[in-house]
Design a protein around this ligand. Sequence first.
Ligand code: GTP
Ligand code: MG
Length: 375
Amino acid sequence: MTFKFAALNLFIGLLLALLMRRSGNTSALAPALAHRAVTADGIDTDMYLPHVAKPVRAAFVVLVRNSELVGMKKAMRQIEDRFNGKFNYPYVFLNDVPFTDEFKAETTAMTKANITFGEVPQEHWSYPEWINQTYAGECRQQMQEQGVFYALSESYRHMCRFNSGFFFRHPLLDDIDYYWRIEPDVEYSCDIDYDPFLLMQRKGIKYGYTIALHEYPETIPTLWDTAKAFVKSNPGFVRHLAGYSWLSNDGGETYNGCHFWSNFEIGSLAFFRSPEYLAYFDYLDRAGGFFYERWGDAPVHAIAAALMLQKEEVHWFEDIGYYHNPWSNCPLSPESRLRCHCDPAKSAVHHYWASCTQKWLALPDNNTTLPAGVE
Ligand SMILES: Nc1nc2c(ncn2[C@@H]2O[C@H](COP(=O)(O)OP(=O)(O)OP(=O)(O)O)[C@@H](O)[C@H]2O)c(=O)[nH]1
Ligand SMILES: [Mg+2]
């Protein structure tokens, strides 16, 4: 009897072990059989652990003032909750003055990701020697009388010039290929379950945006003519002829103000570091419009992107819910209602002033025709 029971027990034990092995349930076998966790992009999630080298050399790049700490924390909280808590891309903070210990401690506490703080070199935030500062002061007064936003601000002009021509040269970005620009007080209203940097790298996208608007013409009276003069002496700069029909409604004669709103940008640094872009920026900088007018980095970037990049190298992140006062981008699809808290009816894309997005999407894929009137 005892022997029979022992044999039966042994048999049942062997049967159970076999069944558990088939279902992958034995603890000794689990690691070998378990699937490794991957993201929606098919990347091993371990690659997104904090302080591990990421599949793309990329970072959030933030130019910000110490006084904007609270707004910065609000923006970071949303970036972290909606995206970066899973992806852990590093942050690079830049400032024209040293960051306070309070700023550093409180922003560092918002994320597990790596975070570095740098100062803008003085030569990237000051008047070049060819600028007549007395005349620049007179121009500011004149713009103030015209009611132009930030007409009197010198720091706003240094900020626009820095974002147009220098941010990508900062040593803290030396090991970075893609940047994602954020500003204090912006809002991110949708979960982002994939890696936008990886999308850009895999698809060869050089510039990503959420909202495309018309610029205030009073801030850029001579920008278009200056850009055209540059192109005339550097015709190889234009690789996307159809870009003219996005920038101009009269065959290139005048600029219609269309630009990608640069407070949100996900971009390739190689694009800005290219000899062509650097020559373009240098030409604009010598013309003085950053100080004698109030050229924004958004139209400066956009003119270059529209003319240098192919249609498909510029990507509308339609699926990224985003708000910077007073405009928002909010995806429409029923699927996005489950991961967003924004109102799609208020998305800028439905508004005339922001119709530059539709205009880009309507450009021909075929890059052969030059609109009438453009030389
Ligand atoms: N360190 C530093 N950052 C600045 C300065 N001026 C602007 N910035 C930053 O540059 C970015 C753009 O400046 P904003 O003042 O937001 O300009 P804007 O988006 O055109 O204007 P708003 O509609 O007022 O937001 C923001 O991230 C600011 O924090 C400055 O003088 N010093
Ligand atoms: Mg802003």
